[in-house]
Design a protein around this ligand. Structure first.
Ligand code: CUA
Length: 325
């Protein structure tokens, strides 16, 4: 068995860390291993002396008196100064690393991250790509993440990149990374957020620059879909609508089914009736609390204001129409 991964920093996965795949990993890992080795040395020295002294100065017979021992100035200065220097080093190194991870470089690619129970969504304002369910980024390019949540607290965590940051409702948090290795990684949610928390993950694809440019040129995951109903169907899945609304009449217990809804009359919580038409759907998406369907007053739905552009909204409505039949 190869014990090197346990005792030393090595390439690839170790017992302590997954593969390092970002510049932050390259600068943070040495600090981790420094703390690790300081701890190993401190453990060996402290326990070593404790055991040695316990044996050497043990009581050998009844009534034995301890010798009167005076202080040793040199020794006391040494055991104060050396740990103090180690701790100051840890502070300076850690503070430098904290600043590095807290401040995104000016040339970073902007990605907006939206978390909700229970999926992740990525918008690329510079490239005009909305609502990707995969985080696609070019290798060796700083990426700045501006993150918010539509509901509860989530946490953005990519172990290989050494990036972890809370994602909050009603406030933006920022994180950044620069991936150094092409490949697929997993973005995990690291804050318990409900029943599907453990399944709240997204694929992170680090690709060569050319491949990223091609992905952007193709309009991202939705760009290739021409048919409005197909586009609406994809949006319905990617934006997490399907987690609460069924489209086949199944009762989910979380929200009314949308089968046959479009074009029908809906009874609201105050007893009035309303026609489910284009404008009703738009209002329900933008201001979900404006009208409550009878029996669903306490149902939870986040607003999708700004989450769909006009073309996508139209496609979603066409899809809703199609599941009525
Ligand atoms: Cu989102 Cu846990």
């Amino acid at each position: 068995m190869n014990w090197m991964p346990i005792i030393a920093q090595s390439a690839g996965d170790t017992v302590w860390m997954p593969t390092d795949a970002s510049t932050l990993a390259e600068s943070h890992d040495p600090l981790f291993y420094f703390i690790y080795y300081v701890s190993v040395v401190a453990f060996v020295v402290v326990i070593g002396f404790a055991v040695t002294f316990a044996i050497k100065y043990r009581r050998r017979r009844e009534g034995e008196r301890t010798a009167n021992i005076e202080g040793n100035t040199k020794l006391e200065i040494a055991w104060s100064l050396v740990p103090a220097l180690v701790l100051v080093t840890l502070f300076a190194w850690g503070f430098w690393g904290f600043m590095e991870s807290a401040i995104p470089p000016a040339n970073a690619l902007d990605v907006r991250v939206t978390a909700k129970r229970w999926n992740w969504e990525f918008d690329y304002p510079q490239a005009g790509i909305l609502g990707s369910d995969e985080l696609v980024v070019p290798v060796d390019q700083p990426v700045k993440l501006t993150m918010s949540s539509l509901d509860v607290i989530h946490s953005f965590f990519i172990p290989e990149f050494r990036v972890k940051r809370d994602v909050l409702p009603n406030r933006y948090t920022v994180a950044w990374f620069q991936a150094t290795k092409v490949g697929d990684y997993r973005l995990l949610c690291a804050e318990y957020c409900g029943t599907e928390h453990s399944r709240m993950w997204a694929r992170v694809k680090v690709v060569p620059r050319k491949e990223y440019d091609a992905w952007v040129a193709s309009g991202g995951p939705l760009g290739k879909i021409e048919d409005p109903i197909e586009l609406g169907k994809a949006l319905f899945r990617m934006r997490g609508c399907a987690q609460c609304h069924s489209v086949d009449g199944t009762a989910t217990g979380k929200a009314p089914t949308l089968q046959g809804k479009f074009g029908s009359m809906e009874t609201l919580s105050d007893g009035t009736q309303v026609l489910v038409d284009d404008n009703y759907v738009r209002e329900s998406l933008m201001s979900p609390q404006a009208k409550f369907v009878q029996g669903w007053q306490t149902a939870y739905m986040p607003t999708f204001r700004g989450r769909f552009d006009e073309k996508q909204l139209n496609a979603l409505i066409e899809y809703l129409k199609s599941i009525g039949k």
